[in-house]
Design a protein. Structure first.
Length: 332
């Protein structure tokens, strides 16, 4: 049975995950989830962050790490061969995700680290592209990549593939604009499942809250909800916020579309936006602006009517989410 599960997850890590991402992408684009928010600059940011950090940097770290380790600790090769597959999955899952939880949390709590992580939060929308939208330097020092590379060298290669497939699936679904968790909150019979699910793994509701532009509405909570695969870390360490709602506004309240190259490679390249956190003379952490002003800036870009701006923005967002939910249900 374990071998069958392993084969399924191995396939998911290969073509299966690609199919999932393609399917989500088609849904998101079909229903206009990005709309006018995904302009040329944002497209370049998302594409560049997918190519360099995701496809180049992380695999390169693992590759060169596995070339380097035999030279420095040759006696430790495959020392964990005796560990069963199940225990190997558990070890990798905890080591990978707990390490990333703290790496992620520190970049929110230590001011001089924030700008390396800022790119992941700058987009005024949510979608599967957000899962890989990272600054290259931030990705270069991903602590979990080094930890899991060492564990693979010690003999936990197969469990690493499985955990990678599961984690990629969960994080992609958590960032997606498709609110697949809504039925668990809507139907009373599913409430017990929802209670466990939202405390165990990241869901759209909990992770979207982390990407909110404000905490004023009681839904957004960018000062917590740091978990990637497991939301359990937030429960344990007291950084959890569960509202079962979706933010009206995403991104950074003072974001003014820094150039894609600055978002990808800061501090090597700086932003030309005056006052930006990524500018040469910019502040380490810029003060948030009120949600009303943020929505007014959004309206200037999307030409939404000024009266009842916040309500219009929220209604637009909820209508899109409703359409996607209905279509997703029909597809399944």
């Amino acid at each position: 049975m374990i071998k069958i599960i392993q084969q399924v997850l191995d396939n998911l890590n290969g073509y299966g995950l690609s199919v999932l991402v393609l399917f989500l992408g088609i849904l998101e684009f079909s229903f206009g989830l990005y709309k006018k928010r995904w302009n040329k600059n944002e497209k370049l940011v998302d594409i560049a962050c997918f190519v360099l950090p995701k496809i180049v940097i992380r695999p390169a770290i693992a590759y060169f790490g596995l070339k380097f380790l035999p030279a420095v600790i040759p006696a430790f090769s495959n020392q964990f061969d005796w560990v069963s597959f199940g225990w190997g999955v558990l070890i990798i899952a905890i080591a990978d995700d707990l390490t990333q939880y703290w790496y992620h949390r520190l970049h929110h709590e230590i001011p001089w680290l924030w700008r390396f992580h800022r790119t992941h939060h700058s987009a005024p929308y949510m979608g599967m592209a957000m899962a890989s939208r990272q600054n290259a330097i931030y990705t270069l020092f991903f602590s979990q990549t080094y930890v899991t590379t060492i564990l693979v060298y010690l003999g936990l290669g197969a469990p690493r593939i499985v955990v990678g497939a599961i984690k990629s699936t969960i994080t992609t679904l958590a960032h997606s604009s498709i609110p697949w968790d809504k039925p668990f909150y809507k139907y009373k019979v599913l409430h017990p499942v929802a209670w466990v699910l939202e405390r165990l793994i990241s869901t759209p509701a909990t992770h979207h809250a982390h990407h909110a532009a404000t905490t004023d509405d009681g839904v957004g909570y960018y000062k917590g909800n740091f978990g990637n695969m497991f939301f359990l870390w937030d429960i344990i360490f007291g950084t959890a916020h569960i509202s079962r709602q979706y933010p009206a506004v995403y991104g950074i309240s003072h974001y003014e579309e820094d150039p894609w190259y600055a978002q990808l490679l800061w501090p090597i390249f700086k932003s030309n936006v005056v006052g930006s956190e990524l500018a040469a003379d910019g502040p380490m952490v810029k003060q948030d602006i009120p949600i009303q002003k943020h929505v007014e800036q959004h309206n200037e870009l999307t030409h939404l009517p000024e009266p009842n701006a916040v309500a219009a923005y929220r209604e637009e967002e909820q209508q899109i989410l409703k359409e996607v939910t209905l279509q997703a249900g029909a597809n399944f």
